[in-house]
Design a protein around this ligand. Sequence first.
Ligand code: GDP
Ligand code: MG
Length: 240
Amino acid sequence: MWLGARVAVVVPAWNEARLIERTLASMPGFVDHVVVVDDASTDDTAARVEALGEPRVELVRHARNRGVGAAIATGYRRAFEAGADIAAVMGADAQMDPGDLAALLEPVLDGDADYAKGDRLSHPEAFGRMPLGRWLGNHALSRLTRLATGLPITDSQCGYTAIGRAAWAAMRLDHLWPGYGYPNDLLSRAAVANLRVADVTVRPIYADEESGIRPHHLVLSFPAVLGLGLLRRLRAAPRR
Ligand SMILES: Nc1nc2c(ncn2[C@@H]2O[C@H](COP(=O)(O)OP(=O)(O)O)[C@@H](O)[C@H]2O)c(=O)[nH]1
Ligand SMILES: [Mg+2]
């Protein structure tokens, strides 16, 4: 519990056998329920989660790989069905500082925002801690996401987030973009639903993990999801 709310953390995991235990071991004590969504990993990610025997950790498995966005949608549904008031997302590759979790929950629990997302680009050490390509790419995608959604956000691609139960229910996230474009799709849905989105500065962590993002995501998925977001916004505009 945090500020009187039942807290769940959704952990999408795909072939993270090397880092999943470190991620789960670092989970703060105030987290009530951890939903690990194993997306048909071909390594022993799932076996390692089960072997922990941690009562607050639940393992959900997709029968086939459906992508990180689809895994998060599955995790949210399970977390809220199990009674969460708020659900955060933390990657399974130990790239999110558990020390930042409370700061992400607070704007939502205080009623100042419906959805809070991490912002690594505003961290004083972002330039230098983030690989240059990621720093540049994230700035470019953030700018395009601001144009597509109209939301004044920074670091559109940060996966470290928190969402309240009512905002989750308002956005129909079962149809969330299944792949790496999901943060942009979620922001677009939030904008159309008139939700308040807060940026929370978080620590950028880059160590020995490997990203699954590939060039085809940049040339195909991100333009598609941003274009979809723009269309959704234009269609919704006359009804406001
Ligand atoms: N469930 C699931 N998780 C995924 C998939 N692809 C990536 N992830 C997880 O999503 C998180 C972020 O992925 P990553 O490739 O590290 O992206 P990056 O950190 O933004 O470069 C990690 O915890 C991955 O294990 C997927 O297809 N399914
Ligand atoms: Mg990563």
